[in-house]
Write a protein that binds this ligand. Structure first.
Ligand code: AMP
Length: 399
């Protein structure tokens, strides 16, 4: 999957960046002091220096890419892709882990809305190329430093006057970051959130124009999307275009398989020149869950072709497995002299196409019974010396 992503990113002009697994914690703190990822979920530690340096495992890669830009000053537009593990001290659950893998891209040094479109389309095409058909693209504009303050003030005023209708958790979030209240999926918050003012109604002319150009680009390329005026996303640094990919096949609350947006102030916050940027990160673990949920991968043909069921309490299973394997035919068996029924159960689970059964009858006759575990379930007796040829021919004819 990562190779497929790499190919598509390189075809679109992105080069690979390999950034360190841990960095000075200050790099990640620039992501915003009201971001959960920074305040609650960082794996941080002190090194052995004198004085010790405060470091953290990376929770995401956008900050590291911006740090690298500020440090090395490559010529914009700088387009990079990455893959690798990220770390967040979250409550583990289905699709939410403390170590997970992301692939992503970042484009620094342009605020051209066509760069936004290119970015979104790269993500969209990647899911399509994997065979996923139930991914929804949600987009929104979060405004910029000029128009967001007025919106935040209106939102704060609205939420504060309706605080009693919010869950205790959302009341606490309201203190830290009113925008994140919109992210709540708790049913008790639904009514208040539904009536909250929307950022789209506060966009400046310039930001509205930028957002319209992004949508026009997506329309032109025939990329389906839903406008999602309450999409805020977990990280505070986003400005203007924000988007998320939701896998409808995942029933859990964790159905976001990727997301991203613009972060026009982040490079500057990390000590670089004012530099706009746009990118996304896709969650590889969750994409795999979505692929399973949509059944996009064909069942893999098992390497074990034969499962030997031996109830004679002799060394027949040893001998037969050895003979089949030596002939290049995958074979497995059960141990501990278990009952016929127990061994057949294991055979069914093994993925093998055939069971080779040896009972006292077969042993006395110098034969085995070959049973088809799929297909019509038919079986036949075969002399020992013809077993390898019989299986080789049968496997050849069924694969
Ligand atoms: P973010 O960096 O929070 O914008 O997340 C981007 C994507 O990474 C999400 O849409 C998820 O697919 C994935 N992701 C984020 N956090 C986790 C996690 N704790 N476990 C698994 N995947 C995650």
């Amino acid at each position: 999957m990562i190779n497929a992503f790499a190919r598509q990113a390189e075809q679109a002009g992105f080069g690979e960046i390999m950034s360190p697994i841990f960095e000075d914690i200050g790099v990640f703190k620039r992501l915003g002091e009201s971001t959960d990822v920074v305040t609650k979920e960082m794996f941080d530690f002190f090194d052995k220096g004198d004085p010790p340096q405060h470091l953290a495992l990376r929770p995401e890669l956008t900050a590291s890419v911006c740090r690298a830009f500020a440090e090395h000053r490559p010529t914009p537009a700088w387009k990079v892709w990455y893959e690798g593990p990220q770390f967040r001290y979250e409550q583990p659950q289905a699709g939410r882990y403390r170590q997970f893998t992301q692939v992503g891209v970042e484009t620094l040094g342009t605020d051209d809305p066509q760069a936004d479109v290119d970015t979104v389309v790269l993500g969209w095409r990647f899911y399509q190329s994997l065979g996923l058909r139930e991914v929804t693209l949600l987009i929104n504009s979060l405004g910029d430093a000029n128009c967001r303050p007025a919106y935040l003030a209106a939102l704060q005023a609205y939420l504060s006057s309706n605080a009693l209708g919010l869950s205790p958790q959302s009341q606490a979030t309201l203190e830290r970051n009113p925008l994140r209240v919109l992210d709540s999926k708790r049913p008790e918050d639904e009514a208040v959130i539904a009536g909250a003012p929307l950022m789209v109604d506060f966009l400046s002319d310039e930001t509205a124009e930028h957002f319209a150009a992004v949508r026009a680009g997506l329309d032109q390329l025939g990329i389906p999307y839903e406008l999602s005026p309450r999409l805020v996303r977990g990280l505070d640094y986003y400005t203007r275009t924000t988007f998320e990919f939701a896998a409808e096949a995942l029933t859990s609350a964790q159905n976001a398989v990727g997301g991203g947006g613009r972060y026009d102030g982040l490079v500057e916050a990390l000590g670089g020149p004012p530099t706009p940027g746009i990118g996304f990160a896709l969650g590889v673990d969750r994409i795999l869950l979505a692929c399973d949920a949509e059944g996009v991968f064909a069942d893999e043909e098992s390497t074990v072709k034969v499962f030997v069921v031996d109830v004679t309490e002799t060394n027949e299973a040893l001998r037969i497995c050895e003979e089949l394997r030596a002939a290049g035919l995958g074979a497995d068996r059960a141990y501990d002299g278990r009952s016929m029924k127990a061994q057949m159960k294991v055979a069914d689970r093994s993925g093998a196409r055939f069971a080779v059964i040896v009972g006292d009858d077969e042993l006395a006759a110098g034969e085995v019974t070959v049973r088809d575990l799929r297909g019509d379930g038919g079986q036949q007796r075969v002399p020992n010396h013809q077993l390898v040829a019989t299986i080789a021919q049968a496997v050849g004819s069924v694969t």
